[in-house]
Design a protein around this ligand. Structure first.
Ligand SMILES: Nc1ncnc2c1ncn2[C@@H]1O[C@H](COP(=O)(O)OP(=O)(O)OP(=O)(O)O)[C@@H](O)[C@H]1O
Ligand SMILES: [Mg+2]
Length: 271
């Protein structure tokens, strides 16, 4: 009895430690998730402030550029001592730059609505475009971005969250493409309506692919194959929880050396 009691005692102690370790691990994970959520909220608030501050000076920059552009258009093509064509080209370039800033500010505003709970009808293709604009720095040097849109119905969700989902997938796609051959790589965004009338979005890349044994773990929080400082392993777990929170589904198919394809299916707003 005594011997048995001791043994039981030991087993119980062992289970206790394992249980406590599991609880500690779970606590550590949820604390880190909270920190991440907090960081995202801070980024949102910050971008809202910055976007607001940029808007005014941007408005008069754009107005003045367009004033000068009109004036230059009325000048004769050649004038002594003035290269009119060069002036026109410089102003055109400046206007293009200002237009790009305007788009970035607009996208930052979308992202800053992330912690806003508001649900509305959202144009999935516009959300994809906004995400591409935000990820363009990562994408440009790695692949060509190909859009294949089928003009799908609107979906009902929070726009900022949908943009966040697409952005995470696009950054992953860019990071999966190694080497320096953007002309030989592709990140493809396609939309269609599936057999059940739901909106389907496919984001595929010609990157390194995901080994079969790794595939079941990629949606786990903190699962990453990237070096410290590059990835925290939260991107796909956030995508998964956001998409399921919208009543949708996210799936992956991948082949090493060929590429990866994520499929997101969302209920149409009218459904
Ligand atoms: N498009 C992809 N191609 C190849 N591997 C991918 C792709 N997307 C995700 N993965 C794999 O899944 C893992 C988890 O992705 P996830 O986005 O959750 O985290 P992460 O990108 O490593 O870090 P974070 O997104 O937090 O910066 C990645 O580390 C990578 O191994
Ligand atoms: Mg990621």
């Amino acid at each position: 009895m005594l011997r048995q009691g001791k043994l039981v005692g030991r087993v119980v102690t062992f289970l206790d430690i394992a249980e406590r370790k599991r609880a500690e691990e779970a606590l550590r994970k949820s604390q880190a998730q909270l920190r991440m959520a907090d960081r995202l909220a801070t980024v949102g608030t910050l971008s809202a402030g910055v976007a607001h501050e940029i808007n005014n000076p941007l408005a008069y920059t754009v107005a003045n550029l367009s004033f000068v552009q009109d004036a230059l258009a009325r000048l004769p093509d050649s004038m002594p001592g003035v290269d009119v064509a060069e002036l026109r080209a410089s102003i055109a370039e400046a206007s293009e730059g200002a237009e790009r800033v305007r788009r970035i500010v607009k996208d930052m505003k979308t992202l800053s609505r992330m912690d806003d709970e508001r649900i509305g009808v959202v144009d999935v293709e516009a959300a994809l475009d906004a995400s591409v604009n935000m990820a363009i720095h990562e994408l440009r040097h790695r692949a060509q971005v190909v859009k294949d849109y089928a003009r799908v119905p609107l979906v009902r969700c929070n726009e900022g969250r949908l943009v966040q989902v697409f952005l995470n997938l696009l950054v992953n796609a860019a990071q999966a493409i190694t080497g320096n051959a953007p002309e030989r790589n592709e990140v493809r965004l396609a939309t269609c309506v599936d057999g059940r009338g739901r909106v389907a979005v496919e984001i595929s890349d010609t990157g390194v692919g995901i080994p079969e044994e790794v595939l079941p773990r990629i949606f786990d929080p903190f699962f990453t194959t990237k070096p410290v400082g590059v990835g925290t392993g939260l991107g796909l777990s956030i995508c998964h929880s956001l998409v399921t929170g919208m009543g949708g589904d996210i799936e992956v198919a991948s082949k090493v050396g060929v590429g990866t394809r994520f499929l997101i299916v969302l209920p149409a707003a009218g459904a």
